[in-house]
Design a binder for this molecule. Structure first.
Ligand SMILES: C[S@@+](CC[C@H](N)C(=O)[O-])C[C@H]1O[C@@H](n2cnc3c(N)ncnc32)[C@H](O)[C@@H]1O
Length: 213
């Protein structure tokens, strides 16, 4: 937890929630231990969508489709979402959820490793949500940049790794050290890339918002 828990509880208590379908899907995800975006991140994404009004969205990391459906519901009417997932067990559940929500025509779910799929995409996007394996963000970045239109927004979730990022390398558990190193590289790259303007925000588990110049 990188922000005071009581503060987050208070802020989230102000939230009016989402549609009934999304609220039920969120409860199901929590019950079945599927990691999905936190309440404060949901609210932040809704605001970004309202500001940017993207028509073509790319998501890396679908899980069971919660954030995909949230973006469909609160994004521009008739926006298109391409979402990538490689965990075979979650893919049919996500497809089923897209159907149940009546959104399957708006969403294209690409099955497989984002590292392999991203280079095959040819269209460009005005909003990209990165929410997959944290250690891979740095490797996905060149392709993600290629796929962003000028003015496009890139949102990356869980970038502060529960605060581990500011700890000494030696205090971070051995198994987390590679992710820690790669995430630091990723944040450095986002902040120093000549074509990006980036803000690192301690919201949820840490989020970055980058705009392509
Ligand atoms: C945190 S979950 C996504 C949650 C989802 N965005 C939501 O909030 O509803 C991350 C997902 O990314 C998937 N993933 C991780 N690495 C991936 C990769 N290299 N290619 C495709 N999917 C990946 C995982 O299987 C997992 O389901």
């Amino acid at each position: 937890m990188i922000v005071d828990e009581r503060l987050i509880t208070y802020v989230n208590s102000l939230d009016m929630g989402n549609t009934e379908f999304l609220d039920e899907l969120e409860a199901y995800a929590h019950k079945t231990y599927v990691p999905i975006i936190r309440k404060e991140m949901q609210s932040f994404i809704k605001v970004l969508l309202a500001v940017k009004q993207p028509q073509n969205i790319l998501e890396v990391g679908t899980a069971i489709g919660f954030s995909t459906l949230l973006m469909c519901e609160y994004g521009k009417e008739n926006c298109r979402i391409t979402t990538i997932e490689n965990y075979k067990k979650r893919i049919p559940i996500a497809r089923e959820n897209f159907k149940k929500a009546g959104r399957e025509k708006q969403i294209q779910l690409l099955e497989g490793d984002a590292g392999e799929i991203l280079p095959t995409l040819n269209e460009s996007f005005d909003f990209i949500f990165m929410d997959a394996a944290k250690g891979q963000y740095i490797h996905f970045l060149p392709q993600v940049l290629r796929l962003m239109k000028p003015g496009a927004v890139l949102v990356s979730d869980n970038v502060l790794q529960d605060g581990d990022l500011i700890e000494s390398h030696y205090l971070v558990e051995r198994r987390n050290r590679t992710i820690y190193k790669r995430m630091r590289e990723y944040l450095y790259e986002l902040k120093h890339h000549p074509n990006l303007v980036t803000s690192v925000i301690p919201l949820g588990d840490g989020v970055t918002v980058s705009i392509k110049k």
